[in-house]
Design a protein around this ligand. Structure first.
Ligand SMILES: Nc1nc2c(ncn2[C@@H]2O[C@H](COP(=O)(O)OP(=O)(O)OP(=O)(O)O)[C@@H](O)[C@H]2O)c(=O)[nH]1
Ligand SMILES: [Mg+2]
Length: 216
């Protein structure tokens, strides 16, 4: 069991019926799908299926407790999803400078669309390819400071720990940010809706929905 999930359980699992809705966005090919699959299955998904958009339900069990993460691997055109997300993970590739530049536009879009001050976590993926690196850690640090976002580096191609810790950190930030809002409006029906429900409600078509259960 990973320590970060262990720390989460007291704050997350009491509210198990409310999914934590996480939308993952970024330029094509940066590794959004690979990062999600790495987190959920501990496998490296080394096939490129461009632009596939899917919803994942990820149930984390720790002993008798459960938390449901509702993760949407998104192209970013579905503004309804962004406006109802509890957190957004923006992915760039450290070997693709343009994808890093695009993060600034994405941050602005998310802040315009989602009126709650939801956590935005930026992930610089593919850091297993140092010879091809185009975005330095200094660039990432400057972005973090000027846009007030957390930036992590990761790789979907190497073992799992940093990727799962990123998702754990996202949950922690969601509960810090959302605690007051949740407690102040317990009747809000949106609280129990998944991103897939929201997509359906907005007549958005998704390729499929995967239900993946992970037992830690
Ligand atoms: N070396 C390396 N390759 C990676 C990494 N992450 C993803 N890839 C590869 O990069 C390619 C694109 O990865 P995807 O996860 O499909 O990218 P994506 O962001 O989902 O792309 P779109 O769905 O088209 O927007 C695939 O061939 C992956 O195997 C990584 O951390 N390191
Ligand atoms: Mg993809």
């Amino acid at each position: 069991m990973e320590e970060s999930f262990e720390k989460l359980k007291n704050i997350v699992f009491r509210r198990e019926k409310e999914p934590i809705r996480i939308v993952v966005l970024g330029s094509p090919g940066v590794g959004k799908t690979a990062l999600i699959i790495r987190c959920l299955t501990n496998q490296f998904f080394n096939h490129y299926v461009p632009g596939k958009e899917e919803a994942y339900k990820y149930t984390v069990n720790v002993g008798a407790n459960k938390a449901q993460l509702d993760i949407m691997d998104s192209k970013g055109k579905n503004t309804a999803l962004i406006s109802h997300a509890d957190a957004v993970i923006l992915v760039y590739s450290v070997i693709d400078k343009d994808s890093f530049e695009n993060i600034k536009t994405l941050i602005k879009n998310v802040r315009d669309l989602n009126l709650n001050s939801i956590p935005i976590i930026v992930v610089g993926n593919k850091n297993d390819l140092p010879k091809k690196r185009q975005v330095s850690k200094t660039d990432a640090g400057l972005l973090s400071a000027s846009y007030n976002v957390k930036v992590f580096e990761s790789s979907a191609a190497v073992p799992v720990h940093d990727v799962r810790n990123i998702f754990a950190e996202v949950c922690r930030l969601v509960f810090e940010e959302k605690k007051e809002r949740r407690e102040s409006d317990p009747t809000d029906p949106l609280r129990r809706m998944t991103l897939n429900d929201i997509a359906r409600k907005n007549s958005l078509s998704l390729d499929s929905t995967d239900f993946i259960k992970l037992v830690l």
